[in-house]
Design a binder for this molecule. Structure first.
Ligand code: SF4
Length: 348
């Protein structure tokens, strides 16, 4: 059963840094104030009623949770203890910086019911990290992930391809290293130029060019494929379209309201090209895929089918078929069917 996450944005709270890309207030659309006990309980109660039987998780996003004073962390976590004990909520998740975690802190958080810690890694390349003003190196990120795992918690890593000095190879290497460090899941947030940030100043003075949408999709499809092959969940690609992001705060960069779908579509497109090239007998084809993947296979505004048509490949229909697994497609002409898998048949 899919979990429901009750989000609390504690933007910039606890954070002593100013990374070049960061405007937490624009990202979260919040005023950056910490919720008090009553606000926590009221919101959780509302979400609990609409969640029905689905498990409920409380998440503190943004900011640097573990850089808050311990007494403040405790104040945020204390109201959740009885909810955890009664089963009203099943887990608590926080996010923080790599250099704001040590074993004692992680153990203390575990004792407060925190089960998942997401680490803002962004890159594992020290030059990219320095140019981004992060104030820590890749080793700190690897150590933080390893520490979370050693304490028995679930570790997530947020990566930001496209920062100043980054390259597709560096982005892939960064993902490889967080996987090796033990990350259970990742989020991919291609770098965006947000108004009011240092990155915006660099962009306006033409000292920085972010990834375009097409470039970001190309990098992210390779990252996604690497994560899928490693069995690491990619739980989010691209920032969510919320008020803060749609009010003109994005000056440039790889952003689309359905970026994750665009990227999955690219993987299916590349797989279809392989399969249809092998079939290539001129007969209109039938494509079968998992029901949850029809939109990805067809592509945004039928992009994949249109691209196949331009290559002379006619698709008669796309059929939703529960017997086809989520990362596979089957392509049939008159007398022959070929099945392909993103996991087993795609290489970049
Ligand atoms: S550490 Fe996180 S919250 Fe702080 S400035 Fe950097 S990105 Fe923003």
């Amino acid at each position: 059963m899919k979990r429901v996450t009750v989000p609390f944005f504690i933007s910039h709270q606890g954070c002593p840094h100013t990374c070049v890309f960061c405007d937490q207030r624009a990202i979260s659309g919040s005023r950056g104030l910490l919720p008090d006990r009553n606000e926590l309980l009221v919101k959780i109660g509302q979400w609990s009623r609409s969640a029905g039987q689905r498990p409920l998780e409380v998440a503190f996003f943004g900011g640097t949770f573990t850089a808050l004073e311990r007494v403040v962390q405790q104040r945020l976590l204390a109201p959740l203890q009885s909810l955890l004990a009664s089963g009203t909520i099943s887990a608590v998740r926080i996010s923080t910086r790599p250099d704001a975690l040590d074993r004692e802190t992680v153990q203390w958080l575990a004792g407060q019911g925190v089960a998942v810690i997401e680490v803002g890694v962004q890159s594992m390349d020290n030059q990219v990290l320095a140019a981004a003003g992060r104030g820590h190196d890749g080793e700190a990120a690897a150590a933080a992930i390893a520490c979370i795992k050693a304490c028995g918690l679930t570790a997530g890593a947020q990566l930001m391809p496209g920062l100043p000095g980054d390259t597709p190879l560096k982005a892939l290497s960064s993902l490889q290293r967080v996987i090796e460090a033990g990350a259970d899941f990742v989020r991919l947030y291609p770098a965006l130029v947000l108004a009011g940030t240092e990155l915006a100043r660099l962009y306006v003075s033409e000292k920085y060019r972010p990834l375009s949408l097409d470039e970001g999709v190309t990098v992210c499809k390779q990252l996604l494929l690497m994560a899928l092959k490693a069995g690491v969940d990619v739980i989010r690609i691209g920032l969510q379209a919320d008020q803060g992001l749609t009010s003109g705060s994005i000056l440039a960069g790889c952003w689309h309201p359905a970026l994750g779908q665009l990227i999955y579509s690219e993987l299916f497109h590349d797989l279809l090209i392989q399969l249809t090239t092998e079939l290539s007998d001129g007969v209109p084809l039938t494509i079968r895929c998992h029901p949850g993947r029809v939109a990805d296979v067809v592509g945004h505004s039928r992009k994949n089918l249109n691209r196949l048509a331009r290559l002379g490949v006619a698709v008669k229909r796309v059929v939703a078929d529960k017997t086809v697994s989520s990362l596979e497609v089957e392509v049939c002409s008159l007398n022959k069917c070929l099945k392909g898998s993103i996991l087993n048949d795609l290489y970049y």
